[in-house]
Design a protein around this ligand. Structure first.
Ligand code: SAM
Ligand code: SF4
Length: 333
């Protein structure tokens, strides 16, 4: 097997696919409330097209796939799609990122289809703040969904919290507290200058070092958990059942050096980096009838386009200016 290796000798193990740009929430930092230009249906990758790309990637050493969106659980047929991915030889880990609102009815079937684990986004533990940030009054449903996911055995469950100054910084200790009683990983994510969050003035980032300080003020020094190749640095409050992940996408310079992923957008473009403006269109040539070998060569080309790092740096005016205007729902986070 010839692995997919970029120009900086990083091997690609992980593919993130955004299966839809549609969503049943309108999180303020992710999407505007209206006036969104949706990808026309005919330009959205069909499931069999995703499967074709994944088959090639897995044959070249990818062993982790994450399904995301938009909200992936609103796309019809997602459960049988998961079953098809699960059947691919060589795949080790199949996960999905969701806003959690459909899990109360879907968690059991996702588990049965072969999904290993879930990341569930939850930015606040307060019902009114939840309705404000997502523009949907669905806090109780998401909490019920998280419980169902636990009961279905979709573990470990990771809770994604985008840390936003003035919105949820006061809740950082409460989120950290969750890990003491329950085997979840709470992951604090720095707000990235994407889509609706390109203006730092309105939605202000809190850096991972400050998040750590806030947690340590309350719970004492965090214990580092094993080194892992993902973007999160993982810690544990002494004696806690769960863990705390800090994702310093902007503040932490080693972040890009560990990057082993590529993304496929809902309209079938290979995006080598979340922040990259460069993409390779796979869908058009696929529909024009290219062979698997030609498709594989395009994927290799996309991997070679990966830059050494994303070129953004937290806290600088250039970070605000350099942000990426693509809406996060088309890329999948
Ligand atoms: N709809 C699903 C969800 O919300 O989990 C999956 C797609 S969403 C784009 C994936 C992740 O990206 C979520 O955890 C979301 O909070 C995060 N996200 C969206 N916009 C972001 C931004 N500007 N900065 C950091 N994270 C962001
Ligand atoms: Fe939808 Fe997820 Fe974006 Fe919120 S963060 S609007 S749930 S895609």
């Amino acid at each position: 097997m010839k692995p997919l290796i970029d120009e900086y000798n990083r091997q690609i193990h992980y593919v993130r696919i955004s299966i839809t740009d549609r969503c049943n929430f309108r999180c303020r930092y992710c999407m505007p409330s209206s006036g969104i230009e949706w990808i026309p249906h005919e330009h959205i990758m069909r499931y069999e097209e995703f499967l074709r790309v994944l088959r090639i990637c897995i044959a070249r050493g990818v062993d982790k796939v994450r399904i995301t969106g938009g909200e992936p659980l609103i796309r019809k047929g997602v459960v049988p799609f998961i079953r098809c991915i699960r059947e691919m030889q060589g795949l080790r880990d199949l996960s999905l990122t969701t806003n959690g609102v459909m899990l109360d009815t879907m968690a059991g079937s996702l588990k049965k289809a072969g999904l290993n684990r879930l990341n569930i986004s939850l930015d606040t533990l307060d019902r009114e703040k939840f309705a404000h940030i997502t523009r949907v009054d669905a806090f109780e449903r998401v909490i019920a969904g998280i419980r169902r996911a636990f009961d279905a055995g979709l573990s470990p469950i990771k809770i994604n919290v985008v840390a936003i100054r003035g919105f949820n910084d006061d809740e950082i200790p409460a989120f950290a507290e969750m890990t003491r009683r329950s085997p979840v990983e709470v992951r604090f994510i720095e707000l990235m200058p994407m889509g609706c969050a390109t203006r730092y003035g309105e939605y202000e980032l809190i850096g991972a070092p400050e998040i750590r300080e806030k947690i340590e003020e309350r719970f004492g020094t965090l214990e580092p958990v094993e080194y892992n190749h993902g973007p999160a640095k993982v810690y544990r409050i002494r004696g806690a059942q769960g863990t705390i992940g800090l994702i310093g996408a902007l503040s932490e310079h080693a972040f890009c050096g560990r990057c082993n992923r590529i993304r496929i957008t809902a309209n079938g473009h290979l995006r080598p980096c979340l922040f990259s403006g460069e993409e390779i269109d796979l869908l058009t040539p696929m529909r024009q009838g290219i062979s698997d070998r030609e498709l594989e060569a395009l994927i290799e080309e996309g991997v070679k386009m990966k830059k050494l790092n994303h070129g953004l740096c937290a806290g600088t005016s250039s970070a605000a200016g350099q942000g990426c205007s693509t809406l996060m729902n088309t890329l999948g986070g």
